[in-house]
Design a protein around this ligand. Structure first.
Ligand code: ATP
Ligand code: MG
Length: 335
């Protein structure tokens, strides 16, 4: 089945053509304008997406050497995300569905981050534990089957990507901060400073506001020039604390469920220390880890097309009355 996937839940405008889990094209356009403000300005995001959608979808089709005639269906994100951005993508998909007389299906963005793993490793089969770590979410999810999920724990405050972006801002780095902190951390000493790890007892919830505040107070008490001089060590110390938490909780959840597979998805799954640590610590206890390629960690249309194909193949599709769901959870149903 050949599906066109469209993703506009945040500041990206992305489109992709996927054919039976083969990615024929994957075009992503990120908006530079938000860098100036150190975060996403929702109104700018949706206005830019209105401009970008037609050329991005055209490029995805051209790159896949496809036309609308070759497409079996259209998949589009309906939530969670920014309402204006989601509406832009959803209405665009409804329009081309009507014009081309192809079925369309509205897709959960979080399920998209999960399906990035299905796309990258077709051997991955449920049940497994899914660690979802992105700009808006930090969750441990029991994937009982594709489409059947139970949330084991979530962040009580900041998402891990959000904590990265806020700490990066404190360090005077650009937006998004995750890749930059990760790059600096590679050259730093993780034992330089011990930042607190909020383990919150034995459960699977997370908290990242404490570590963020402790970095803030730590930076405030330093003399002029110290932070600039030790950017790499501070980044490595922050990253070490975050990775230790994520690794510990993910492995505990897998052990609790007696499951020997952990898949990871979302922007923070690109993190190099996490990839190394989770791999080696899991392997030591007989658990296999799955990470998507870097290109499928942040928002993209291929993961949306993969979810769409799964449900379209089961005979599902969405109606033209479908709405957007800015606060959609991975367990939630849509219309
Ligand atoms: N190498 C990295 N290390 C740590 N964080 C990273 C890395 N690369 C990207 N990130 C972080 O990933 C986040 C973006 O991920 P993603 O695009 O999945 O989030 P989102 O789509 O905005 O949120 P959600 O999927 O929850 O709606 C940003 O916070 C960014 O800093
Ligand atoms: Mg995302």
């Amino acid at each position: 089945m050949r599906v066109l996937g469209i993703e506009t839940s945040c500041d990206e405008t992305a489109a992709s053509v996927v054919d039976d889990l083969n990615i024929l094209s994957n075009v992503v356009s990120s908006q530079a304008i938000h860098k100036k403000y150190g975060g996403i300005v929702p109104e700018f995001a949706s206005r830019e997406q209105i401009r970008a959608l037609t050329p991005i979808v055209e490029s995805a089709l051209v790159e896949a050497k496809s036309s609308f005639e070759d497409i079996d269906g259209i998949a589009v994100t309906c939530g969670p995300g920014l309402a204006g951005s989601l509406l832009t993508g959803l209405n665009f998909a409804k329009g081309i569905s009507l014009a081309s007389n192809k079925k369309y299906i509205a897709v959960n963005h979080l399920e998209g981050h999960l399906f990035a793993n299905r796309l990258s490793d077709t051997n991955l089969k449920p049940p497994f534990v899914f660690l979802l770590i992105s700009g808006g979410h930090t969750q441990l999810i029991h994937v009982k089957d594709w489409g059947d999920y139970a949330v084991l724990g979530s962040t009580l405050d900041d998402a891990v990507g959000e904590a990265y972006d806020k700490v990066a801002k404190m360090l005077g780095l650009g937006y998004p901060g995750g890749p930059e902190i990760d790059r600096l951390a590679q050259k730093g000493d993780p034992s330089f400073e011990h930042f607190p790890r909020a383990l919150l007892g034995k459960g699977y919830d997370f908290s990242f506001s404490g570590i963020k505040t402790s970095v803030l107070y730590y930076l405030k008490k330093q003399e002029d020039g110290f932070v600039e001089e030790h950017l790499e060590d501070i980044s490595a110390s922050f990253q070490g604390a975050v990775v230790e938490l994520l690794t510990k909780k993910a492995i505990e959840a897998a052990k609790f469920l007696n499951i020997d597979k952990i898949a990871v998805g979302g922007g923070v799954s690109a993190n190099s220390t996490l990839r190394e640590e989770l791999n080696s610590k899991s392997e030591a206890v007989g658990i296999k880890t799955y990470f998507p390629p870097i290109s499928l960690t942040t928002d993209n249309g291929a993961m949306i097309a993969a979810v769409g194909a799964y449900y379209l193949e089961k005979g599902k599709s969405s109606s033209l009355t479908m709405n957007v769901y800015p606060n959609l959870g991975i367990e939630d149903a849509t219309d």
